[in-house]
Design a protein around this ligand. Structure first.
Ligand SMILES: [Zn+2]
Length: 269
């Protein structure tokens, strides 16, 4: 599933390519997206504004002159992809939704059909469910306060999208390794200095991943159909049995809340 860096990668690419294009029509090709049908007529002629990210959603504003008519919010989930097809190019995959533009088309392809597209009309609906790691309000002190008295293991706590949004399994494993923190330790029992380190490593790793267009893993492709290159930089995720690049101990994989946790018992406490 795409995490924050993959969604940010897609958003930056789409913004560069799509912002300013005019919507000519909207074709709903999957009955699960039938709630968008009524928009088809009313949105023709609107212009795509600056594309941005909210949590793990891609936000496509549709504007009418200076006014915003609303926002299409796309959640890619497991296999969703937003693909720009230029004039005269064939469609590379079956699409659930097609935005016909003055130049080219934007397709929402999604083989497993878990992705969602919603039409939002109020700014309140745009807010992500939890703190965004790059939001200025997301400080080490804010994290410490949120986690006060939390008994949940740190890893599960960080994965909860209603607290911090955009982090998934891969980046949480990497962030915990970089911060020398065990995925099993209770979230409420970190010192402020440890939250500072975790906060710094979280932003550093996410920035690095964004710079490298996300992680290579099955199903993720950016809007050009390319895979990211952050996968080569993973320190523990998917590396069970290998030596930890920092201390040389053997990286372990354990199941935690039904998901794999990769970590190094030698240097994560
Ligand atoms: Zn280690």
């Amino acid at each position: 599933m795409p995490e924050l860096p993959e969604v940010e990668t897609i958003v930056r690419q789409l913004d560069r390519l799509l912002s300013g294009r005019i919507l000519r029509g909207l074709q709903v090709r999957d009955p699960k997206l039938a709630h968008l049908e009524p928009l088809a007529g009313s949105l023709a002629g609107t212009r795509l504004g600056r594309i941005r990210r909210s949590g793990k959603r891609v936000i496509l504003p549709l504007e009418d002159g200076e006014a915003v008519r609303g926002w299409l919010a796309v959640h890619l989930r497991m296999t969703g992809r937003l693909l720009l097809v230029e004039e005269g190019e064939p469609e590379p995959a079956p699409a659930r939704l097609c935005l016909e533009l003055d130049r080219g088309r934007l397709l929402f392809a999604d083989t497993r059909r878990f992705g969602t597209v919603d039409w939002l009309t109020g700014p309140a609906e745009l807010a992500p469910p939890g703190l965004d790691p790059f939001d200025p309000a997301c400080t080490p002190a804010a994290l410490a306060e949120l986690a006060r008295a939390a008994r949940a293991p740190l890893k599960s706590w960080l994965l909860d999208q209603t607290r911090i949004c955009g982090l998934g399994n891969i980046y949480v494993c990497e962030i915990l390794h970089a911060s020398r923190l065990s995925p099993w330790r209770a979230a409420g029992n970190l010192e402020l200095a440890q939250w500072r380190l975790l906060h710094r490593e979280m932003r550093r790793i996410l920035r690095l991943a964004i710079k490298n267009c996300g992680t290579t893993f099955s199903d993720f492709q950016d809007s050009r159909g390319l895979e990211g290159s952050f996968g080569r930089m993973l320190q523990v995720y998917g590396r069970a049995g290998a030596a930890c690049p920092r201390c040389g101990a053997i990286v372990q994989r354990e199941t935690q809340a039904q998901r794999g946790s990769w970590w190094c018992p030698g240097c994560q406490e």
